[in-house]
Structure formats: structure tokens, C-alpha cells
Design a protein around this ligand. Structure first.
Ligand SMILES: [Zn+2]
Length: 262
């Protein structure tokens, strides 16, 4: 039963992630109905090609895509496979968190963050940006998780210290990444770390705290190398987005420390 709830919620969150991925880089509202005249509103999804409004049948995560054989029902324009792949990725990320944390409040916070992490990952691959609003929301969920620890432990000095150290870690991660970016830019004589990456480091610090900084840096460095090699093979571009390595590392390290926390 728990497993079914996690899978169902994961599919819904995956569908939400694909909506953010499409809308945020195009400045289409995704959270609230308000929008300028002539622009799609946040509450209905339309086919990017023929603009026909999609019915719930078209929007069922993964299965709709398989059922429609990857084409729009109206205009038959192909729907990129990365939409169902993103949805599947979100479900797997939720299941991974469930396997480590079990069915509890920790899982709720992590699953709340997963669609935003997935959206940041795909948007960075597509556009080489980590949109501020998504980085900010991921940070806000991390902060909410810290505040929950605070309340749960009835404001003991240990919980005060726990929260304060994670907030300090956010600043430390950001400062460290800014310095690394500056250093690498000097060394390699090219822009190495965007400011979006620096902000994401702060979010990672908020989630992971000081104790995980070494594993986070090592893993994101290794993944960064692997991803950049793949990127150069596939895209043949020298500049590659560092966000996906950071996002994957945040998720993996969070799960590794898993049961140690709380
Ligand atoms: Zn269409």
C-alpha cells in the first residue's frame, strides 16, 4: 500500500516536473492561474505544436505517451521521449528515497523537492541555466525540513545547533564554490562555474550540512568529469552544464546519509 502511494505520487510529481520544464524557460506561469492575454494559463496544458488543450487522458504520466506512441492525439507531432523519461526518473527518485527513508516525514520533504531537482536538471541540460525560482524553491523546501527538525525536537539546544549549522553550511558551500569557480576560471582561462551553480551549492549546503561536504564535492567532481566527457561526445561543445552533476550528487549524498539523520 505504501509502495502504491509512493508510485502514484511519483507519477503525479513527474507530470508536474515536465510541466515546469516546459513552462519555466518560456516564462509561462506554472503555479498560479494569472497570465497575460493570449498566453496559456497555468491550469490547462496544451500541445506545444497545435495548441489543442490536452485532456486528462493525454496527460497520464508515462502511459499516455506509450499509448499515443509518442505523438499528439490531434496533430500527430512527435512528443519527445524525454517527457516520459523525466516522469519515470521522478518515480524512480521517489522510490529510491522511500527505500532509504521509509514512509515518513523525511520522505515527504524529499519527494517535494524531487520534481524541482528533476526540472533543474533537464532545464540546465537544455538551456544551461538553473532558473532562480526553482533553485529558491528547492532551498525553501530544505529550510522547511530543517524547521521541522526544530519543532520536532521541541527547540532543544541540539536542534538549534543542527539548524544553525546547516544554514552556516549553505553560506560555506556557496563561498567555496564561488572560490572554486574563480580559481578554475583563472586556471583554465574560461568560465567554469556559473552563478546559478553557486546558488545551487548554497541549497546543497542547506540540505546536506557540513558533514557531507567532502562526499558532495568528490561525487559532483567525478560526475562532472563523466558528464562533460559524454557531453563533448554527444554535443561536441566545449561548455557543458555543471548543474546535472550537482543535482545528482545532492540526491545521492542525501540518500547515502539517509538513516543517519534524525
Ligand atoms: Zn498537437
Amino acid at each position: 500500500m505504501e509502495l502504491l502511494i509512493v508510485i502514484a505520487a511519483g507519477l503525479a510529481l513527474g507530470s508536474f516536473a515536465t510541466a515546469i520544464i516546459y513552462r519555466v524557460p518560456r516564462n509561462i506561469p506554472w503555479a498560479f492561474g494569472a497570465s497575460k492575454k493570449g498566453e496559456p494559463t497555468a491550469d490547462r496544458s496544451v500541445c506545444p505544436s497545435c495548441k489543442s488543450i490536452l485532456s486528462p487522458l493525454d496527460l497520464f504520466p508515462v502511459f499516455s505517451w506509450l499509448f499515443l506512441r509518442g505523438k499528439c492525439r490531434q496533430c500527430e507531432v512527435p512528443i519527445p521521449a524525454r517527457y516520459p523519461l523525466t516522469e519515470l526518473g521522478v518515480v524512480l527518485a521517489c522510490l529510491g528515497a522511500y527505500a532509504v527513508f521509509g514512509f515518513n516525514i523525511q520522505l515527504v520533504f524529499i519527494m517535494a523537492a524531487v520534481p524541482f531537482l528533476a526540472a533543474l536538471l533537464v532545464i540546465d541540460l537544455d538551456h544551461m541555466i538553473l532558473p532562480n525560482q526553482l533553485v529558491f524553491i528547492t532551498g525553501a523546501i530544505g529550510l522547511a525540513r530543517l524547521l521541522f527538525v526544530f519543532f520536532q525536537d521541541h527547540f532543544t539546544s541540539a536542534s538549534v545547533e543542527f539548524v544553525a549549522m546547516h544554514i552556516a553550511a549553505a553560506f560555506f558551500y556557496a563561498a567555496l564554490s564561488w572560490f572554486l569557480g574563480w580559481f578554475l576560471t583563472k586556471m583554465l582561462k574560461k568560465d567554469s562555474l556559473g552563478f546559478g551553480d553557486v546558488k545551487f551549492f548554497a541549497v546543497a549546503g542547506l540540505w546536506l550540512g557540513f558533514s557531507n561536504i567532502a562526499s558532495f564535492l568528490i561525487l559532483s567532481g567525478l560526475l562532472g568529469i563523466v558528464f562533460s566527457v559524454i557531453w563533448q561526445k554527444v554535443k561536441k561543445e566545449a561548455v557543458f552544464p555543471f548543474g546535472p552533476a550537482l543535482i545528482t550528487s545532492l540526491y545521492v549524498v542525501l540518500l547515502l546519509q539517509g538513516s543517519l539523520l534524525l
